[in-house]
Design a protein around this ligand. Structure first.
Ligand SMILES: Nc1ncnc2c1ncn2[C@@H]1O[C@H](COP(=O)(O)OP(=O)(O)O)[C@@H](O)[C@H]1O
Ligand SMILES: O=c1ccn([C@@H]2O[C@H](COP(=O)(O)O)[C@@H](O)[C@H]2O)c(=O)[nH]1
Length: 207
């Protein structure tokens, strides 16, 4: 089997990474499953040993919140044409679910997550590095709506977390990682030109 094309899509929380990824793979949905998605979020560390109060106070915007060692091992396996069983993370309980999901190797693997370009040891594993560059005030607005709607948060808790960790960690880790990207995308998940450019690059890897 030919080595897969591994594409890393990063950027702030709420920048539009997930939407960009979804819009990218929709184009290939009628061709079987040549493009697989793997989310860095699933690699948040398990926290079953901590009470809920401590979990709620954790800094989830520091690279050490992720088990990147496992992500690295999984990328190595996919490169070797082997399937992986990746963990499942729950944002409401701040820990992993007691199940894993199997991901089959594919010609193209798209990874998306906030710290993917901030870990230098992961960079050599990617073939294409994309940074979704969206102004932070827009990210906050989107996150506020999404976290209250989907992740069991209140507006107050989103605002407090943003002030205490999300914003400072963005400036410390995510913003500098923009300079490692091959492609910087403005206008988030709806930038049709950027989507078309990446799609045509992907198409070359799908026979
Ligand atoms: N360009 C855009 N215009 C309007 N809404 C957007 C745009 N990009 C993303 N969104 C919306 O903003 C929210 C956060 O986007 P998402 O893709 O989940 O961000 P991320 O994965 O970077 O955290 C989602 O509800 C999404 O539908
Ligand atoms: O238990 C958790 C784990 C993570 N978060 C927040 O999630 C975002 C990253 O997810 P996106 O899908 O990219 O928005 C990160 O900024 C963490 O603050 C959390 O709140 N709780």
């Amino acid at each position: 089997m030919q080595k897969p094309l591994i594409i890393a899509i990063s950027g702030a929380s709420g920048s539009g990474k997930s939407l960009f990824t979804e819009n990218l793979i929709n184009a290939f949905s009628e061709q079987g499953r040549p493009v697989q998605i793997l989310r860095e979020d699933h690699y948040y560390r398990a926290q079953d040993h901590l009470p809920m109060e401590a979990r709620e106070k954790n800094n989830y915007d520091h690279p050490n919140a992720f088990e990147h060692e496992l992500l690295k091992a999984h990328l190595g396996a996919l490169r070797n044409g082997e399937p992986i069983d990746y963990p499942h993370y729950c944002f409401k309980t701040h820990t992993r679910l007691p199940k894993t999901e199997r991901l089959q190797p594919a010609p193209v693997v798209i990874l998306e997550g906030i710290m993917l370009l901030a870990r230098v040891e992961l960079l050599p594993l990617y073939d294409v590095k994309i940074f979704i560059d969206t102004p932070l005030d827009i990210c906050l607005m989107r996150r506020m709506m999404r976290d209250v709607r989907d992740r069991g948060r209140t507006m107050e808790s989103v605002a407090k977390q943003y002030e205490q960790t999300v914003k400072p960690m963005y400036h410390q880790f995510i913003e500098p990682s923009r300079f490692t990207a091959d492609v910087v995308v403005t206008q988030g998940g709806k930038n049709q030109i950027a989507l078309d450019v990446i799609k045509s690059h992907i198409q070359q890897f799908i026979k």
